[in-house]
Design a protein around this ligand. Structure first.
Ligand SMILES: Nc1ncnc2c1ncn2[C@@H]1O[C@H](COP(=O)(O)OP(=O)(O)OP(=O)(O)O)[C@@H](O)[C@H]1O
Length: 632
């Protein structure tokens, strides 16, 4: 061990000493006084010391329980206090030794004889010297010499003690250093302990969380189990469904084959149905006339109605309520006249009843025929109501429109595809107007061609995909018709309004094409011109009468199978040429007012219509074609 500098005597050990201090001090409490400088005797001391160092090192390396360590420190502090006491003793003895040395040098006093042991150096009582007489200089000299030797001995011992003290001081410093290190370690350990507490807290929190998670896990596991059971159930059901699906798929394949077969059959039946239907229509007559008497309106209750009788569903008699008297015979004149038509509809008849009959002709239009429906009658007799109707009582045009698209949807399932187009025309004062085009500069000219039928140059045709679309175009057309007139109601009753629907059906599988059309015509009022009427109104009336008369002539010529049919005598008949002759089908609905004041006009209209009824058109084609055809 290296020799350390002698510490300051006032320096004391810190009160917080460790076990190492205790151990070290114990090892130096009673060092062998004279053997310390001898290497032989020094060895056990060094061994003890090295043991202390080893203890220190082992303690350094050993994991320390903080509480035990603290207790040890408290114990060692007590021991350290003892060590301080020892140190003080040594210092006091050192002082005594120094004093003695000084006395010896000064030779003033005889020092006490030295004690052999270091412990009692300061405490040994000086031997009482034998009192020699003054004159015994020799004796006294010897006495002093002996005392000197004793003091020399003590000095020697004190020097050894001094060395030991240095040694202990050095040890104390080392131990102090070690103590400081331990204190630091202690601090670190305390910090670690604090960290450990935090870790403990975290650990308990984690444990708590673990418990919660464990519970959750149990729930999830339970749910998982239930889901697995459900999954198994679903799997079973899926297997069953898969089997059912396989069976159904097989059935579907069989049904698809059957469907193709039945479709084929249906197509054949459809063609046969067409033939039969049109044969029936031919038998019924290509021109049919219905009569409809409108009800008396609430605004007309103060007016006298005609007397109507309907003995059969195709027969009506009309008469006046107040019979006039023949001025020659003086007898009342018989006004009652009877008419026969294909169907007669009384005031109570609903729109649907009329359409039921018309629907057969709409079917013909879908089958490739040209159909013409004419609403005839005097102003206010109910033509527009019959053709257009109201929201709750839809007329012939909207019902035809709906039926066309319903039938198309059905026929498309049998492999048919349809193109529907529409145009709206007005004939006023023998002028043709396109009601979908506001451009008045475009000249509309009617042409007739045997192959293509009737066409109108510059006439706008719009493709229609649904009944709503057709209604939308119709509203648009009515708008244009109204804007041109100063008095719409007046104007509308003085012009013919034609709604034309073009229907083209194709069946690629059968290589068939049917082209049909349906003309829905709201004719101008049929009343004859009154003598008072002049100017523009007279011209209007003449034009209306001319066109209606030509209509009668055309039908008459067709009836008589005349070589020449005067279609071109009016714009109306020319426009309707392809729908009035040949294989076309015509329906005229004669509208009659119920009022007695309209009696004469009503009878005129009925006469005109019954004349039309007598016409039987000769169809150019009696058999339905089985290859591609165009009926125009
Ligand atoms: N069957 C009916 N049921 C109920 N009201 C009807 C019927 N027929 C016609 N009307 C009503 O009678 C009035 C005249 O009918 P409508 O306008 O259809 O006659 P019109 O012959 O078309 O006249 P115009 O030649 O002036 O156009 C209208 O108010 C209409 O609503």
């Amino acid at each position: 061990m290296s020799k350390l500098p002698i510490p300051n005597s006032s320096r004391t050990l810190n009160s917080q000493n460790s076990n190492f201090v205790k151990t070290a001090i114990r090892s130096h409490e009673a060092p062998p006084s004279s053997m310390d400088l001898n290497p032989m005797t020094r060895a056990p001391m060094l061994r003890r010391r090295s043991k202390s160092v080893a203890d220190l090192n082992s303690l350094r390396n050993k994991p320390v329980n903080f509480n035990t360590f603290k207790a040890g420190l408290l114990k060692s502090s007590t021991t350290c206090k003892q060590s301080q006491a020892v140190q003080k003793k040594i210092v006091s003895r050192d002082l005594i030794g120094t004093n003695l040395r000084n006395k010896v040098v000064q030779g003033t006093k005889r020092p006490a004889p030295p004690n052999k042991t270091a412990d009692n150096v300061g405490e040994s009582k000086p031997k009482l010297a034998k009192k020699l007489p003054e004159w015994d200089y020799k004796g006294r000299f010897l006495q002093l010499k002996e005392k000197y030797q004793e003091q020399q001995e003590i000095l020697k011992i004190l020097r050894i003690k001094e060395t030991q003290y240095d040694y202990v001081q050095a040890n104390c410093m080392e131990l102090e250093q070690a103590l400081k290190e331990k204190e630091n370690e202690n601090k670190i350990l305390q910090e670690k302990c604090a960290g450990f507490d935090q870790l403990k807290r975290l650990n308990s929190e984690l444990e708590k969380k673990y418990e919660e998670t464990h519970v959750e896990l149990q729930t999830v596991l339970q749910k998982n189990k239930e889901l697995k059971e459900k999954l198994n159930e679903i799997q079973d059901r899926l297997n069953k469904i898969t089997k059912q699906f396989e069976t159904a798929d097989k059935e579907r394949t069989d049904l698809t084959k059957a469907l193709a077969f039945y479709k084929e059959q249906m197509l054949k039946f459809e063609l046969e149905r067409k033939i039969l239907h049109n044969t029936i229509q031919d038998l019924k007559g290509n021109i049919r006339v219905f009569c409809r008497v409108r009800p008396q309106l609430s605004s007309e209750l103060d007016k006298i109605p005609c007397r109507f009788e309907f003995p059969e569903d195709n027969c009506l008699s009309i008469g006046k309520n107040r019979e006039s008297v023949n001025q020659i015979t003086g007898k009342p004149t018989e006004s009652k006249t009877e008419f026969l038509f294909d169907r007669v509809f009384s005031q109570e008849a609903k729109q649907n009843e009329i359409f039921e009959e018309l629907s057969q002709l709409v079917q013909s239009a879908l089958d490739g025929y040209n159909v013409c429906v004419l609403a005839y009658g005097q102003t206010g007799s109910g033509k527009t109501f019959t053709m257009q109707g109201t929201e709750g009582e839809r007329g012939m045009i909207p019902q035809t429109n709906a039926m066309i698209f319903e039938k198309i949807a059905l026929l498309e399932t049998l492999g048919w595809t349809y193109n529907v187009e529409a145009s709206f025309i007005e004939i006023y004062n023998e002028n043709v107007r396109d009601l979908l085009n506001r451009d008045n500069n475009l000249k509309l000219e009617i042409h007739f061609n045997e192959g293509r039928g009737t066409t109108v140059s510059n006439l706008m045709k719009v493709a229609v995909k649904s009944p709503t679309e057709l209604e939308k175009f119709m509203i648009q057309a009515s708008g244009i018709r109204a804007t041109a007139a100063t008095d719409f109601n007046e104007h509308s009753s003085r012009s013919h309004f034609v709604t034309k629907i073009y229907i083209e059906g194709r069946n690629n599988q059968k290589e068939l094409t049917y082209i049909g059309s349906i003309n829905l015509v709201d004719l101008a009022g049929s009343e004859s011109a009154k003598q008072s009427v002049q100017g523009d109104r007279l011209k209007e009336t003449r034009n209306i009468n001319k066109s209606l008369a030509t209509l009668g002539d055309v039908i008459g010529a067709l009836h008589n199978k005349a070589k020449h049919v005067p279609y071109r005598n009016s714009k109306l008949t020319y426009l309707l040429q392809s729908s009035l002759g040949g294989n076309s089908k015509t329906l005229m609905i004669v509208n009659v007012s119920p009022l007695e004041e309209c009696f004469a006009e009503s009878v005129n209209a009925l006469r005109f219509a019954s004349k039309v009824k007598e016409v039987k058109m000769v169809s150019k084609r009696t058999k339905m074609p089985l290859t591609s055809i165009s009926l125009n």
